[in-house]
Design a protein around this ligand. Sequence first.
Ligand SMILES: [Zn+2]
Length: 329
Amino acid sequence: MFKLTYTDILNEIKNKTGLSEEDINSRVNKKLALLSDLISKEGAAHIIANELGVKLFPEYSDKKLKIKGLVPGLNFINIDAKVLSVFEVRLFKNEKREGKIASMIIGDETGISRLVIWDTKLIELIESGKIKDNDTISIKNAYCKENNNGLELHLGSKGGIIVNPENVVINEIKHSRIVNQKQIKDLKENEIADINGTIVQVFEPRFYTACPECNKKAEMTNGVFLCNEHGSVLARETPIVNFFLDDGTDNIRVVCFREIANKVLNNNFAKIRENPSEFDIIKNDILGRQVKVTGRVNKNAMFDRLELTAQNIEELDPKQLIEELNKEN
Ligand SMILES: [Zn+2]
């Protein structure tokens, strides 16, 4: 698909929407700025085309992408990667169909991603042990989707895999997931995003009793804790912490559960559980901290506002922050 040049895509959008060239260029530039250096100008133009509902002509291509260049909605992707971890083939069943599904984590020099395989013939390659950890694979005609863990590659019936192709070398793997880098003002419901910001308010942690199997809330019924899925369980106490993250464009409430909540509390969960007044002291260390939050944007229906459910939080050191800001300019 990346055979299309920027001008090709621009013309296609222009012809199908009637938007002016300046308008399309400015949308593309805004998207580029938002996603920092995660994508090419062509990639940004592909996203704009998707957003506007413009179908770019499907075309097979020999050009290879790197994992960093993945964009949700992109089709006909060819990628060389190293297999980092093959998962067991599972059975799935939904309203439409049932069958087998295989998945693995793959990586290249620019990042890692999950590869999901729906094609029966390709799944056989895994079941027969022809694809193993540490193999190099050439992936053909994959498509990219966004899921809970970031961007994923999917292989359907048109997809292909060549195992350990000649003349393909994958150097050192960069172990980072490819996630949208966003500003708070641009967040949209249901997307996964990385946001750099400052913790400007933090609320007293609450605790709930959770099923040790699935971490969902377990309710006390007739003297035992019941999980909807796992029945009677030995529930354990689990913290929830909410804070406000501000990135200069806006602020958003971030909801953290379990280990991530404990991380926000500087691992003081047990201490605060024992003596809630400890929170007032610990709070002072939390406020003003600069963090990178990876999370899913959810709509809180009761308050009609967007919130972020954190999947990961990393401390940002100021040096790294400056580097990232420089990249954007
Ligand atoms: Zn459970």
